[in-house]
Design a protein. Structure first.
Length: 255
């Protein structure tokens, strides 16, 4: 048994397993489904579920279905507002939104499971805008956010990450060849920002710059918009603007 295993509290692990069973596809689950997901008898699962309900972490409707509780939403806001990324990008997000009127996203990157998680968002002002929910986690790969984060890694390390990354075809424009993605990452490294055109969401384009702490990329800030308003020239212009805003904010934090 490793050190991590020795420090784990089994009931807490199982409670986390229950909460992690829910997803965008399955936001409501029956007791039998929860029990199957965590590998426990129904009686044990029910006791854990009741404890989570009392704490506000789960709720149960009249039909007996369980769903995540409002306490998580409250805590999620605290996580979002107190994160390092929030402190590093607050001014840049506001300025970028004032200048473009488009949707501004900030996402953190996990190099452990090679994923990105949207932590902050300012909605676009246009009638036709792109929306992406806070709390959405996706695998690293297609899209300007992932490419920007990868571009801030040393080239050899980025190549190693790419070799382990499963490239999911999300649209007809999605990059599924690691070598092609490596070329895009190299281009982003040279420019200081990464662009995408319909790779992550059909009809949506975007640009992002990496956010670093201690010389390591921890996430990225990006602008996403319908492709009809975001041609390559516009994306390049936004990319240079984002890079300038991020550098200005970094200098202000040091002052």
């Amino acid at each position: 048994m490793g050190n991590a295993d020795r420090h784990q509290v089994q009931s807490v692990v199982r409670a986390m397993d229950i909460m992690s069973s829910f997803s965008r596809i399955h936001p409501r689950l029956q007791l039998s489904e929860l029990a199957d997901a965590v590998g426990l008898p129904r009686s044990s699962t029910r006791r854990l579920a009741l404890t989570l309900i009392e704490g506000g972490f789960l709720r149960q409707d009249a039909g007996g279905f369980y769903s995540l509780g409002g306490r998580l939403l409250e805590l999620g806001g605290l996580v979002s507002n107190s994160s390092t990324l929030a402190a590093l990008t607050a001014r840049s997000m506001r300025k970028a939104h004032e200048i473009t009127g488009e949707t501004i996203l900030v996402a953190e990157v996990s190099w452990i499971d090679q994923s990105t998680l949207i932590t902050h968002k300012i909605e676009g002002l246009h009638a036709l805008s792109v929306t992406s929910p806070v709390g959405k986690r996706t695998t690293l790969g297609n899209g300007c956010i992932g490419k920007a984060a990868l571009s801030a890694l040393p080239e050899d390390e980025a190549d190693q990450v790419l070799a382990r990354t499963s490239l999911v075809p999300r649209t007809s424009q999605s990059i599924t060849d690691p070598q092609v993605l490596a070329t895009h990452v190299a281009r982003a490294r040279a420019k200081g920002y990464a662009i995408e055109t319909g790779e992550f969401l059909e009809g949506c384009s975007g640009v992002a710059v990496p956010i670093l702490t201690g010389g390591r990329p921890v996430g990225a800030i990006g602008i996403v918009a319908p492709s009809s308003r975001a041609g390559v020239r516009q994306l390049d212009s936004w990319g240079r603007m984002l890079l300038s805003l991020a550098n200005d904010e970094k200098r202000e934090k040091r002052a």
